[in-house]
Design a protein around this ligand. Structure first.
Ligand code: NAP
Length: 296
């Protein structure tokens, strides 16, 4: 398959996803707000665009992966924004994690121009983007999802159509509730193991294959033991997802106390200037309470 596909947003996630599209033989047109961040992709064979509108004019299918709701808004409505290039048959695939409500509004705007929108937030971390093993939760019309599926399968091993437009973002909120409460469990467990004088690596080996095993424990546990706080996913972006989760749960009238607790702990870390660290640095908030440090 060799087809023209656009990719907007070449951050930690987008760069890996676009690279996998290239590796599968697609003709990839890229745009990133900070142009220098697109250079490595262009060297690898992607074609640079001058604006989001340029991407949409050149590509019938355009993928977006930027930070937050206002950033998708800026890509669509900014100077020479995506909407200026959308026409009949355009399909916009939004891989950013953003508000479900705003998603429906963006979809309606694109539809009014003759285009289509699906929301397709991802999970699996920077490792998943790089290896092409992401899980993708997709909201939209069946025909649009099937049209985008071959492209999404270039970087996703699990592509699940979960409902109409906006449903992908809601399922991503479910995903993030699971992620952060598990992150809290991993943090508490490793802190206890440290305080109890256990060998942390042996402890991970012992519990990782049983009922306590998880992606977070397997991927971030060793990083926490090494005190390697480089981000696969930053605290700032994680906090953005929890803000979306708390707002959606509030609208649904559902208490999510564990998630709310983690939100407050991340807020404390942001106040200390740690928002750029990886989300596994959550353990630092507990270290303050206990006077013990994990690993090192
Ligand atoms: P990142 O490394 O911080 O990259 C963010 C990207 O968005 C950059 O390309 C940035 O451009 C672009 N951007 C931000 N604001 C923009 C604006 N106003 N206009 C145009 N472009 C803008 O973030 P990431 O980790 O790749 O995350 C991207 C999305 O994937 C987020 O919604 C995140 O929640 C989601 N996600 C991330 C992970 C993960 O593990 N990292 C996992 C699942 C989902 P510049 O280069 O110019 O700043």
């Amino acid at each position: 398959m060799s087809t023209q596909v656009g990719f907007i947003g070449l951050g930690i996630m987008g760069a890996g996803m676009a690279r996998n599209l290239l590796a599968k033989g697609n003709d990839v047109v890229v745009w990133n707000r900070t142009a220098s961040r697109a250079e490595a992709l262009v060297e690898a064979g992607a074609s640079p665009a001058v604006s989001p509108a340029d991407v949409a004019r050149r590509c019938p299918v355009v993928m977006i992966c930027v930070s937050d709701t206002p950033d998708v808004d800026a890509v669509l409505h900014g100077e020479d924004g995506l909407l200026a290039g959308v026409s009949d048959g355009s399909l916009i695939v939004d891989h950013s994690t953003i508000s479900p409500e705003a998603t429906v509004g963006f979809s309606e705007e694109v539809s009014a121009l003759g285009g289509r929108w699906i929301d397709a937030p991802v999970s699996g971390g920077s490792e998943g983007a790089e290896r092409g093993t992401l899980s993708i939760m997709v909201g939209g019309e069946e025909a649009d999802v099937e049209r985008a599926r071959p492209y999404m399968e270039a970087f996703g091993t699990t592509v699940t159509h979960v409902g109409p437009v906006g449903s992908g973002q809601k399922v991503k909120i479910v995903n993030q509730i699971l992620v952060v409460v598990n992150q809290l469990a991993v943090s508490e467990a490793l802190l206890f193991a440290q305080a109890a004088g256990l060998d942390l690596a042996a402890t991970l080996d012992a519990v990782g294959g049983g009922a306590a095993g998880s992606w977070m424990l397997a991927n971030r546990g060793p990083q926490m033991i090494d005190r390697d706080w480089r981000p696969g996913f930053t605290i700032d972006l994680q906090q953005k997802d929890l803000r979306l989760a708390l707002a959606a749960a509030d609208a649904a009238g559902t208490p999510i106390p564990g998630t709310a607790l983690v939100f407050q702990m991340y807020r404390a870390l942001q106040n200390e200037g740690l928002g750029g660290e990886g989300n596994h640095a959550l353990v630092k908030a507990l270290e303050k309470m206990s006077g013990v440090e994990v690993g090192g």
